[in-house]
Design a protein around this ligand. Structure first.
Ligand code: FPP
Length: 235
């Protein structure tokens, strides 16, 4: 268990990477790696909820993931749909509020319906907010925000625009910026994830592939976060 509650991360964001490598190491199809990854999702959501993390954002499908072979995209969408179908009851029981960010309208209808259902069914929950980044890209989000901003602003508003006003047009306007960003499978990249919001986040990179990342690993990342001293560019 992490020791100090005083610097406990309110918001954790995770790049869940390495499902494919996990499967390859075992001579299994990639889809099986994603299925094992869904079990890590379940466990990390449960752990965050029990530890009192307020927000958890998971990079579940990026804008770039649309470039994967169609069978893999279909398998990921089916897995997401099944996950939502199977876990909505548990989400509600655990007082988790589900949300989504990204170009959600691009998801297949059946998947989007399941997502909308889970979001509505959990809307009044007051525990962990679980935010799924789906068809999400950080650059796309900034472009979408700029378009919305221009549509709703006068020339005077635009002349006086500051970072806080701009952030109000991002998909994440209702949430605080992540304090801690975890990436699995050892890559040192942001991969178009929350480009604006991660400006001051602490990064924790582990070599473990996502399907091997479980509760103990999450607690280790939180403990490491608590050891760091955040200065926000000051002294
Ligand atoms: C990266 O592994 C992972 C993804 C592209 C998708 C993440 C999806 C899941 C964890 C499955 C289910 C999600 C939910 C929310 C139920 P990769 O395929 O890029 O792995 P590789 O880099 O080793 O090939």
């Amino acid at each position: 268990m992490p020791e100090s509650q005083s610097v406990f991360p309110r918001h954790i964001a995770i790049i869940m990477d390495g499902n494919g490598r996990w499967a390859k190491e075992r001579g299994l199809p990639r889809a099986q790696g994603h299925r094992a990854g869904a079990e890590s999702v379940r466990e990390c959501v449960e752990a965050c909820s029990e530890l009192g993390v307020e927000f958890l954002t998971l990079y579940a499908f990026s804008s770039e993931n649309w470039n994967r072979p169609k069978p893999e995209i279909d398998a990921l969408m089916k897995l997401l749909e099944r996950f939502l179908k199977d876990k909505t009851g548990e989400i509600i029981k655990k007082n988790v509020r589900l949300r989504a960010i990204g170009r959600i309208h691009l998801l297949p209808d059946s998947c989007r319906k399941q997502l909308d259902h889970a979001i509505h069914a959990s809307a009044e929950n007051t525990g962990l907010t679980l935010i799924l980044a789906l068809s999400y890209g950080g650059r796309e989000e900034i472009v979408d925000a700029a378009k919305r901003l221009i549509e709703s602003s006068s020339p005077e508003d635009l002349a006086n625009l500051g970072t806080e006003e701009f952030a109000r047009h991002l998909y994440t306007s209702e949430y605080p910026d992540p304090d801690l960003m975890i990436r699995t499978s050892g890559e040192m990249r942001l991969s178009n994830f929350l480009l604006w919001q991660l400006s001051y986040a602490e990064f924790y990179i582990t070599k473990k592939n996502w399907p091997d990342f479980r509760r103990g690993d999450l607690e280790e990342a939180i403990t490491e976060y608590q050891r760091r001293h955040r200065r926000y560019g000051g002294l």
